[in-house]
Design a protein around this ligand. Structure first.
Ligand SMILES: Cc1cc2nc3c(=O)[nH]c(=O)nc-3n(C[C@H](O)[C@H](O)[C@H](O)COP(=O)(O)O)c2cc1C
Length: 419
């Protein structure tokens, strides 16, 4: 069945589930522990309601916006995910190409399987780099220099995984990184022959088992190899490290994994140009607040001081509209384009971006907006000042008000509705 018949992200996810070995599908699809944070992320979007404006000419609407002084076709960037190379052969490169064609930034993850230099040379689009800072700092600084030399525009430092998350489903599925070939994982892969030959088979026939190409020297090991993990631990990273990264990085610096106003302010004080309000798609702390709920206060506080982005739970174009209404400048999306990659590689990822853009365009039209710059708090709550103004205009044009019998009563009751 053609991907054109996958009408929304849920359809694409379903296709991905049928294409991938269960261990890999659940690794990308699920959260942590009981998946509560992941469900709350969705619930926050589902519960938010907007008030459409009617009678507006929306015939010439568009989704374009600007971020860090550069244009993008819609307020969306691809979030860093260390697994694109597992769902499709050279998946990170294909995903980066899909983003470039769509005119949106792609973020390469530290733990991806394609070197930052290769992505920069071959994908040709806007490239951001995500950094997991390691306790052995010099290793990270080397990687930051590589990303800068390769021409990455922005550096995203992720702070919300100080320790390894508790993901029991991986154990149950016999899925682990480093990749171990046990009876369960072998059986799982054999049940997905298309993936086995099209992804793993192609790696083995060409480059061999993929490596973490962005890890430094002796840590650039293959997926199946373990690591002397200590130097690559991230459990002692502090705001001083962000300050040091600021000193080293020329270009926008973003801190990812912010859910509190005080941390957002600490990030900006440490020199960040922006924050990504995120709970890692519900993959780290299962009792964490939904980013969409944390967003309004963070966006209000940072307004005019720094850029606020959001991720975790975007599945519809209307979700992008909701995040922008609550103050985000743009959003990132992780799983949806991974589903797209699993379904049909670059074309699948491009299809997902197209779906989100088309849905956003529809949402804008329905809301009475011609562009994403018109999304704002007036779509959540009617503004008393605007209503007072309309009332005054109405009274002036009709001569209503104190002169007309009963008019004062009506006006009073309308005021009651507004307050
Ligand atoms: C399979 C997978 C791998 C991820 N790997 C990383 C990573 O290496 N670094 C990082 O900062 N975030 C990582 N994330 C989190 C995403 O960047 C993003 O925060 C999250 O996917 C957003 O939620 P969504 O999937 O609901 O869009 C990963 C997410 C997934 C699903």
């Amino acid at each position: 069945m053609s991907i054109r018949r996958l009408y929304n992200v849920a359809d694409v996810r379903d296709r991905a589930r049928r294409r991938l070995p269960k261990g890999i599908f659940e690794f990308i699809d699920r959260g942590t522990e009981d998946d509560l944070a992941m469900r709350r992320n969705r619930a926050a979007f589902e519960q938010l309601q907007l008030r459409p404006q009617v009678g507006v000419d929306v015939s010439a609407r568009h989704t374009r916006t600007q971020l860090f002084g550069r244009e993008m076709s819609l307020p969306l960037a691809i979030a860093p995910t260390g697994a694109a190379g597992l769902v499709w052969y050279r998946g990170e490169l294909e995903l980066a190409k899909a983003a470039a064609t769509a005119g949106i930034p792609f973020t390469l993850a530290t733990r991806s399987m394609t070197a930052v230099e290769d992505i920069a040379a071959q994908a040709k689009g806007r490239l951001w780099f995500q950094l997991y800072m390691w306790t052995e700092r010099e290793l990270s600084y080397g990687l930051v220099e590589r990303a800068q030399r390769a021409g990455c525009e922005a550096l995203i430092v992720t702070l919300d995984v100080p320790v390894a998350p508790n993901r029991e489903y991986n154990l149950r599925n016999g899925f682990s990184l480093p990749f171990r070939l046990g009876a369960r994982s072998m059986f799982d892969m054999l049940r997905r022959p298309r993936w086995l030959s099209g992804v793993m088979g192609r790696y083995l026939a060409t480059t061999g088992m993929p490596r973490y190409e962005n890890q430094p020297g002796r840590h650039r090991n293959r997926l199946t190899q373990g690591d002397a993990a200590a130097p690559l631990r991230s459990d002692a990273i502090t705001w001083d490290d962000v300050r040091e990264l600021r000193r080293r990085w020329q270009g926008p610096l973003l801190v990812k994994g912010i859910l509190r106003v005080d941390d957002a302010l600490r990030a900006v004080a440490a020199g960040a140009d922006g924050v990504i309000v995120s709970n890692h798609g519900g993959r780290c702390l299962d009792c964490s607040v939904a980013p969409l709920e944390a967003l309004p206060r963070i966006a209000d506080t940072l307004a005019g001081r720094a850029t606020v982005l959001l991720d975790s739970g975007i599945r519809r174009g209307s979700d992008i509209a909701k995040a922008l209404t609550l103050g985000a400048a743009a959003v990132l999306s992780g799983r949806p384009t991974l589903y797209g990659m699993a379904a049909a590689g670059q074309a699948g990822a491009r299809h997902v971006i197209g779906l989100l853009q088309a849905e956003l365009l529809t949402t804008l039209g329905m809301l009475g907006c011609t562009g994403v710059h018109e999304l704002g708090p007036h779509l959540l709550q009617e503004e008393p000042a605007a209503i007072e103004h309309l009332l005054a205009q109405l009274d002036a044009s009709t001569g209503a008000g104190s002169a007309a019998p009963g008019a004062g009563v009506e006006k009073h009751s309308l005021k009651g509705l507004v307050s």
